[in-house]
Design a binder for this molecule. Structure first.
Ligand code: HEC
Length: 169
């Protein structure tokens, strides 16, 4: 410490304070949207959140989609990784629809009202995807290509089975 001139210490302190200020500013921005938002704004935000969830689910199923089309070779670890992620993400679907957003206007959504009038069935459809993802992970880890592709198609049916009933075209 003795080696540091006092002015250097002051500079260090200023740098630390600036960093803290930035962190607080970022925190305040998040805080605004989460806490100070009106119920309508929060519901609109939930629409964006769930759409983001599906985008990430889709990103992961795309990781092996070209394998099913025989465009790239079977790669068991990639399928296992994607399946593990989809399992975790799919388990979030019911949470992401806990907020009834039917009255929200101004945010585009393809969600159908049955999600809230038929909530138990919607949850069952979400569970189907979780289960298919678990099975896909197990099949991929076994290294059996045919079994893995078979389960991957079952998983694909879990997506379309829900979309057919609960997502607008
Ligand atoms: C339990 C029902 C359910 C399951 C299972 C499901 N989805 Fe969806 N998905 C929806 C609903 C509802 C929407 C519309 C969300 C909205 O617009 O608010 C949607 C939207 C999407 C979107 C569009 C996201 C956007 O707005 O950009 C994609 C892509 C998608 N799903 C892919 C998938 C894939 C891939 C799977 C299977 C691995 C899957 N979904 C499984 C219900 C489901």
């Amino acid at each position: 410490m003795r080696l540091l001139a006092k002015s250097n210490l002051v500079k260090l302190g200023l740098v630390a304070l600036t960093a803290l200020g930035t962190a607080q500013a970022v925190y305040a921005a998040d805080d605004d949207s989460a806490v100070n938002a009106s119920p309508e704004q929060q519901a609109a935000k939930m629409i964006e959140n769930r759409q983001a969830l599906f985008k990430v689910i889709n990103y992961n199923s795309d990781l092996y989609y070209s394998m099913l089309k025989n465009k790239i070779p079977f790669d068991a670890p990639t399928v296992a990784k994607a399946a593990g992620r989809i399992e975790v993400l799919a388990a979030m679907i019911p949470d992401m629809f806990a907020t009834d957003t039917r009255k929200v206007t101004g945010t585009k959504t393809r969600a159908r009202e049955g999600i809230w009038t038929n909530a138990a069935d919607y949850k069952a459809k979400s569970d189907e995807l979780v289960k298919a993802a678990q099975q896909l992970g197990a099949a991929a880890k076994s290294g059996d290509k045919a079994a893995t592709y078979k389960v991957a198609r079952v998983l694909g049916n879990a997506c379309s089975g829900c979309h057919d009933n609960y997502r607008d075209k």
